[in-house]
Write a protein that binds this ligand. Structure first.
Ligand SMILES: C[S@@+](CC[C@H](N)C(=O)[O-])C[C@H]1O[C@@H](n2cnc3c(N)ncnc32)[C@H](O)[C@@H]1O
Length: 230
C-alpha cells in the first residue's frame, strides 16, 4: 500500500460517482489545469493574485456552489478550494465558467495536502460546510476534524482570521466544539443562540445542506484565530 503523508484514513467517501457530463468532462481537461494549485512546492499566494485583498479557503466544497457564490460576490478575494470528489470538482468548474470567475484556484484532492503546502498565517477565512458526518461511532475517526487538521487550521489562519464550520449532525457539532475550543488558538465567537442557529448573513446555502439529512437543524459555528501570545 502506498504511504499517505497524513495517515491511512480517508475522511471522504466516493471520489467518482455517476458519469461526468461531457461539458464538465471537457472543463476538467481545459479549465482545471489552468486553475489547479501546484502542491509540489510551497504555494506563493501573492503570485496567484497579486491584488488580492484577502485569501479564503473552502474545504470539501462539494458541487462548488458556495465557493463560486462567495468568489463572485468578492472578486477582490483569492478563493481556494479543495475537494477530492471528481464529480464535485467538475460541477464547480461549470459554476466558475458560468460566472467567468478568475479569482478561484482548486486542489482536486485531499485538503490536508493543500493545508500542508500553505504558508503560516495566510488565510483570512476558512469554510468547512457540512463535512461528511460519519455518524457511526466506529467511523468517527474518519471525521475531518481531528487534532492534526485543527493544528493546521490554527497554523494557516491569520491572527483574527475566521473559520466557519456548519453541520446538521448534533454529535458532529459537539465533537467540533470540543476539539476546536480545546485548541486555545481558536475561539468560538458565539454570544447568543441565534449566532449558531441562524445562517450568517453572508452564508450561501449548499447542496448538502438542502438535503436535510442530519438529526438537527443546521448549526453555524464561527471561530476566530487568537493572536499569538507574547
Ligand atoms: C457531505 S459533503 C458536503 C459538500 C458541500 N460542502 C455541501 O455542503 O454541499 C462533504 C464533502 O467533503 C469532501 N471531503 C471529505 N474529506 C475531505 C478532505 N480531506 N479534503 C477535502 N474535501 C473532503 C467530500 O468529498 C464531500 O464532497
Amino acid at each position: 500500500m502506498p504511504q499517505q503523508p497524513h495517515g491511512p484514513l480517508r475522511s471522504f467517501g466516493r471520489i467518482k460517482a455517476r458519469p461526468i457530463k461531457s461539458r464538465q468532462a471537457s472543463l476538467l481537461k481545459t479549465l482545471l489545469p489552468t486553475i489547479a494549485l501546484d502542491l509540489s512546492q510551497p504555494i506563493d499566494l501573492l503570485a496567484l493574485k497579486p491584488d488580492a485583498t484577502e485569501v479564503w479557503l473552502e474545504i470539501g466544497f462539494g458541487g462548488g456552489e458556495h465557493l463560486a457564490t462567495q468568489a463572485e460576490r468578492r472578486p477582490d478575494v483569492l478563493a481556494l478550494g479543495a475537494e477530492p470528489f471528481l464529480n464535485g470538482v467538475a460541477s464547480a468548474l461549470r459554476h466558475i465558467e458560468a460566472a467567468a470567475l478568475t479569482n478561484v484556484r482548486l486542489h482536486a484532492g485531499d485538503a490536508r495536502d493543500l493545508l500542508a503546502a500553505l504558508p503560516k498565517a495566510c488565510l483570512d477565512r476558512a469554510f468547512i460546510l457540512f463535512p461528511d458526518p460519519w455518524p457511526k461511532l466506529r467511523h468517527h475517526k474518519r471525521r475531518l476534524i481531528q487534532p492534526d487538521v485543527v493544528a493546521e487550521l490554527a497554523r494557516v489562519l491569520k491572527p483574527f482570521g475566521r473559520l466557519r464550520f456548519a453541520t446538521d449532525w448534533a454529535n458532529y457539532a459537539d465533537w467540533t466544539l470540543e476539539r476546536l475550543t480545546g485548541a486555545s488558538a481558536l475561539v468560538w465567537t458565539a454570544q447568543r443562540a441565534d449566532d449558531w442557529r441562524l445562517a450568517p448573513n453572508d452564508h450561501a446555502p449548499t447542496r448538502y445542506e438542502a438535503k436535510k439529512l442530519g438529526d438537527i437543524a443546521p448549526v453555524y459555528l464561527e471561530f476566530e484565530r487568537a493572536p499569538e501570545a507574547g
